[in-house]
Design a binder for this molecule. Structure first.
Ligand code: ADP
Length: 447
């Protein structure tokens, strides 16, 4: 096992990785920006190295700074968390070239899945159903018009290098296609440095259902069931649950098997998530994330596995030591993403947390790096806490979630807890009757 792991991230995920390491007797190195000198993961880590100013480009994305910190401290592996460098194939290559282990899949798989066109192509060839669309990049308006006419409007133009819900435009009428194509390519070039775009059928009322996978270096690949992440705002997840209220055992079994076989065939290593849209009983692949996800605790709660521990074990070449039949799903879990944002305008609200109290009791888990007296810096993502609740049934889970949200105190930082509380009052949510557009309509009604 590794002796020392450098955590190339911040916030709750840096703390999550630190915790798994400590439980395994691995010592940790925190790297941080000047804005994060007082962060919880920095305080708890065995060692810490300041790698730059607040700007992510000069700190958490600063590859030479991170590699230097790893070399100085003698770390044998780097855990990238999610976001930042976690899906940067060049970073994975550089870490390896310096004789350290990148805790994640091979750089080739990161590269393949980072290009959504290549990812769809690979998945299609592996027998995974994909969203109908152009079978490659589209740059010529005439070609785009032909593809759109064939798949039918509305269509979605998506950036091959897109992520974080950005780089997508819906086109509802043929007359708007050429201009939208040009605009999306320009936006993609500006945001991702790559103007390749492709076309997809814009599904009307799908749910977002993703399958967690895990694979070791000895040929064992498993699926760990699904998460329903349909509650979204601007294509960004707000609340996730497992199992999905929309799936039956047959659907689950079917998609799980398809995904597991594909991952095994690919020779994939570590954890990953294969994302689908689900509509009228059919699954359509949209993308694969080659890292730990924000919502991984939902799967941990229903399977009893510690995914970060498994990542560390797999990265050292250990066997998973589990078969698909060993994976048991118990009860129901829901995660609320709590952001430092105004619950109405979603404007970020960084600042001082004067007092902090997190909920506890049966079935309640909080992943957060907050503490009383901590100041949330304005430089980063606004996710400040994840409340994850488990119950024997979905009803029990909802009851627990309600009382846990009531107990949560984050003074005086405006945050999105009131939005989650409102959501819990909604009959559609209670019934599990929602698709990817539902939350935005619900919020429009509220306002
Ligand atoms: P990103 O990498 O930016 O997260 P995804 O491809 O995962 O992009 O899509 C994010 C979200 O956008 C999905 O969860 C879904 O809500 C919406 N979306 C993506 N593709 C389609 C599609 N073909 N039809 C309808 N909605 C889509």
């Amino acid at each position: 096992m590794f002796e020392k792991v450098l955590i190339a991230n911040r916030g709750e995920i840096a703390l999550r990785v630190h915790r798994a390491c400590r439980e395994m007797g691995i010592s940790t190195v925190a790297v941080h920006s000047t804005a994060d000198s007082n962060a919880m993961h920095v305080r708890l880590a065995n060692e810490s190295v300041c790698i730059g100013p607040p700007s992510p480009l000069q700190s958490y994305l600063n590859i030479p700074g991170i590699i230097a910190a790893a070399e100085i401290t003698g770390a044998d592996a780097i855990h990238p968390g999610y976001g930042f460098l976690s899906e940067n194939a060049r970073f994975a290559d550089i870490v390896t070239a310096h004789g350290m282990t990148f805790i994640g899949p091979s750089a080739d798989h990161i590269r393949m899945m980072g290009d959504k066109i290549a990812a769809k192509d690979a998945m299609r060839r592996l027998g995974v159903p994909v969203v109908p669309g152009s079978d490659g990049p589209v740059s010529d308006p005439k070609q785009a018009a032909a593809v759109a006419a064939e798949i039918g409007y509305p269509v979605l133009i998506k950036a091959a290098a897109g992520g974080g819900g950005r780089g997508m435009s819906v086109v509802r009428r043929p007359d708007d296609l050429a201009a939208a194509l040009q605009r999306t390519r320009a936006e993609a070039r500006a945001a991702f440095g790559d103007d390749s775009v492709y076309l997809e059928k814009y599904l009307d009322r799908p749910r977002h259902i993703e399958i967690q996978v895990i694979a070791d270096s000895h040929g064992t690949a498993l699926h760990l069931g699904e998460r329903d992440c349909s509650l979204q705002r601007r294509h960004q997840k707000v609340l996730e649950e497992a199992p999905s209220p929309a799936l039956n055992a047959t659907d689950r079994e079917r998609i799980g098997r398809v995904v597991r076989d594909a991952i095994a065939e690919l020779g994939y290593l570590g954890v990953g998530t294969v994302e689908f849209l689900y509509e009228n009983g059919e699954f359509y692949f949209i993308e694969m994330n080659t890292r730990l996800q924000v919502e991984h605790p939902v799967t941990e709660m229903v399977t009893g596995l510690d995914l970060v521990r498994e990542q560390l074990r797999i990265a050292t070449g250990e066997r998973l030591g589990l078969r698909q039949e060993d994976i048991r799903f118990t009860g129901h879990a829901i995660e609320c993403r709590i952001n430092a944002e105004d619950p109405h305008t979603f404007q970020p609200t960084p600042g001082l947390v004067s007092s902090y109290h997190q909920p506890g009791g049966p079935g309640v888990r909080v992943d957060s790096a907050l503490y009383s007296g901590y100041r949330v810096p304005p430089n980063y993502d606004s996710l400040i806490a994840k409340l994850i609740v488990h119950g024997q049934s979905r009803d029990e889970c909802l009851m627990r979630l309600k009382r846990a949200l009531e107990e949560f105190v984050i003074h005086d930082l405006k945050n999105t807890i009131p939005l989650h509380q409102l959501l819990l009052e909604s009959q559609d949510f209670i019934d599990g009757a929602y698709d990817i557009h539902w939350l935005e309509a619900f919020m429009a009604d509220r306002d």
